[in-house]
Design a protein around this ligand. Structure first.
Ligand SMILES: Nc1ncnc2c1ncn2[C@@H]1O[C@H](COP(=O)(O)OP(=O)(O)OP(=O)(O)O)[C@@H](O)[C@H]1O
Ligand SMILES: [Mg+2]
Ligand SMILES: [Zn+2]
Length: 264
């Protein structure tokens, strides 16, 4: 039945009778059948099993959501080696690690609330303790809930912004900065000591974090430096933002998992 005939049928221009139909998957359902005054069959409504139709919508929604997630994952720039990282495959090796996993998981679960006040988080500690693993797991969790995210090392971000200063650059500085400020969650990894960085660069980093905070977008920074160095690397203004509204300061100082994995 084309739309025009269907509309006419629903307006009552045909003889209507209830009919029973059987769906192989969902069982019986009722339709309205329409015929002309002469008894010529015109069609019926609904034309297909309503449950099948609902399933198709769910499937379409699911594939749309998956497509969006795939796209988000691409722009999130998660390093290939860390793509499989999740909270589930993070196996705490000591009670401290157990507690940190719980903290980061909680942060992911309540991200919407943390976002309302731009409550950020720093992950600070020794090599191989899973800072990058948990940062990526968190990003994926946020994106799974429909949020947007981006991973970058601090050096890569600085480099990406600096590269726009060259005359041959096709990207504007503002456009590149927006890549880091526009996402719901930014994970800035491998923050190193500020001594290796010019004031100009520290200002740049500080500005990104501060701007994010003003737009209620939390930032996660992580690195294998002391807490003081970590905060110095991002400048005073950003350091304040990281502490605002009970910003979380997570310490990860157990021995590296890189050795554990070889024997496990
Ligand atoms: N508790 C854990 N359970 C499972 N895998 C882990 C755990 N901790 C670390 N890993 C894995 O060990 C490797 C090293 O961890 P990761 O790179 O996250 O450490 P990191 O703290 O970021 O180190 P670095 O300071 O060198 O950057 C990764 O492959 C990570 O997935
Ligand atoms: Mg790391
Ligand atoms: Zn059906």
């Amino acid at each position: 039945m084309d739309t025009k005939t269907l509309m006419a049928a629903l307006r009552g221009e045909f003889v209507e009778k209830p009919g029973d139909r059987l769906c192989a998957v969902h069982g019986g359902y009722t339709v309205r059948t329409f015929a002309t005054d002469e008894g010529k069959y015109v069609g019926e409504f609904p034309a297909e099993c309503p449950a099948c139709k609902a399933d198709a919508i769910t499937a379409a929604e699911r594939s749309l959501r998956e497509a969006k997630l795939r796209e988000d994952m691409q722009t999130a720039d998660i390093p290939l080696a860390y793509l499989p990282c999740t909270f589930r495959n993070y196996l705490p090796t000591c009670p401290d690690a157990q507690a940190v996993l719980a903290t980061v998981r909680e942060y992911a679960k309540n991200f919407a609330d943390h976002r309302k006040v731009a409550r950020s988080m720093t992950l600070q500690g020794s090599p191989g303790t899973g800072k990058t693993h948990l940062g990526v797991a968190l990003l994926k969790a946020v994106m799974w809930e429909g949020g947007s995210g981006r991973y970058s090392t601090m050096a890569d971000m600085v480099q990406a912004i600096r590269s726009t200063w060259s005359r041959s650059s096709s990207d504007s500085e503002a456009a590149v900065i927006r890549r880091y400020t526009a996402v719901d969650l930014l994970v800035l990894d491998e923050v190193d000591a500020a001594s290796s960085r010019s004031d100009n660069e520290v200002g740049l980093i500080s500005n990104v974090i501060d701007q994010r905070s003003r737009n209620l977008r939390p930032t996660v920074i992580s690195g294998n430096v002391t807490k003081a160095e970590l905060l110095a690397a991002i400048g005073d203004r950003a350091a304040d933002r990281m502490r605002d509204h009970g910003g979380l300061m997570v310490v990860m100082d157990w021995s590296s998992y890189r050795g554990v994995r070889k024997t496990a």
